[in-house]
Design a protein around this ligand. Structure first.
Ligand SMILES: C[S@@+](CC[C@H](N)C(=O)[O-])C[C@H]1O[C@@H](n2cnc3c(N)ncnc32)[C@H](O)[C@@H]1O
Length: 208
C-alpha cells in the first residue's frame, strides 16, 4: 500500500486537472529568471524536486540543459506530466521517489524546488533534505528554492507548511551554501487567491 504522503498527492492530482491546482503557474517565470542569472554553461544538469506537472523541466530542455531530471513521489503527477509532453517527455528523466529517501547517484549543476521543501515540517525530514541537497549539488552549483513567505498561507493542499523568509532559508543552508539573491513573489492561484512566496538563489561553495 502507498505511503500516506504519496496517497495524499496522488489523490490531489487525480481530483483536479493540472491547470486548476492551486500551485499551477502558466509559466515558471520567476524560477527561469533566477536560473538565467546563474549563467550555467550549455549542457548543464538540473533537477526539479517535486516538479509534478510544472512547465519548468521542458523549459530547461529548451534552454539547452543537457540532463533534466524531475523527481516526484506522485506517479499520478509524473504520468500526467509525461502524457502532456508527448514525445518531448523522452528528453526528461522522470523519477518517482520521495525526496527524503531518494539516492540520486549523481551531482547536479542546478537544484530547483518550488513549493516542496516547505512541506517538510518534521525536523528529521528537513535535515535529510538539506543534507541531500548539499551532497547532490556540485561545488559551485546552484540551489533555487521557493517556499511560502512568512506572510504566506499556513497550509497548502490541506497540509501544514513551514514558512520562510530569505534569511531563514539562507541560515538553514549555511554554511555549505551562500545566498546570492532573493525575491518575494505573489502567486495568484487559478481560483484567484494570492499566495506570497519567498524565492532564494543559493550557491554551493566552490572549495568543498
Ligand atoms: C505544491 S506542489 C508543487 C509542484 C511544482 N513544484 C510546481 O511548482 O508546480 C508539490 C509537489 O511536490 C510533490 N511532493 C510532495 N512531497 C514530496 C516529497 N517528499 N518528495 C517528492 N515529491 C514530493 C507533490 O507530489 C507535488 O507534485
Amino acid at each position: 500500500m502507498a505511503e500516506p504522503r504519496t496517497e495524499h498527492w496522488d489523490a490531489a492530482y487525480r481530483r483536479t486537472a493540472p491547470d486548476r491546482l492551486s500551485w499551477h503557474e502558466a509559466s515558471p517565470a520567476v524560477s527561469l529568471a533566477m536560473i538565467d542569472a546563474c549563467s550555467l554553461p550549455p549542457r548543464a544538469s538540473a533537477v526539479d524536486v517535486g516538479g509534478g506537472t510544472a512547465q519548468l523541466a521542458p523549459a530547461l530542455v529548451e534552454r539547452g540543459f543537457g540532463a533534466v531530471t524531475v523527481v516526484d513521489l506522485s506517479r499520478q503527477a509524473l504520468d500526467a506530466a509525461q502524457a502532456a509532453l508527448g514525445a518531448a517527455a523522452a528528453r526528461i528523466d522522470f523519477v518517482c521517489a520521495d525526496i527524503t529517501h531518494w539516492i540520486p547517484g549523481e551531482r547536479f549543476d542546478l537544484w530547483h524546488d518550488r513549493a516542496v521543501f516547505h512541506f517538510l515540517t518534521d525536523p528529521h525530514d528537513r535535515d535529510r533534505y538539506i543534507a541531500l541537497a548539499t551532497e547532490s549539488v556540485r561545488p559551485g552549483g546552484f540551489l533555487i528554492l521557493a517556499t511560502f513567505a512568512p506572510e504566506g498561507p499556513e497550509r497548502c493542499s490541506g497540509l501544514a507548511v513551514q514558512r520562510y523568509s530569505a534569511d531563514d532559508l539562507a541560515a538553514r543552508y549555511a554554511p555549505a551554501f551562500v545566498l546570492l539573491d532573493h525575491k518575494t513573489h505573489t502567486h495568484v492561484t487559478p481560483a484567484g487567491v494570492s499566495q506570497v512566496f519567498t524565492y532564494v538563489r543559493l550557491q554551493r561553495h566552490a572549495s568543498d
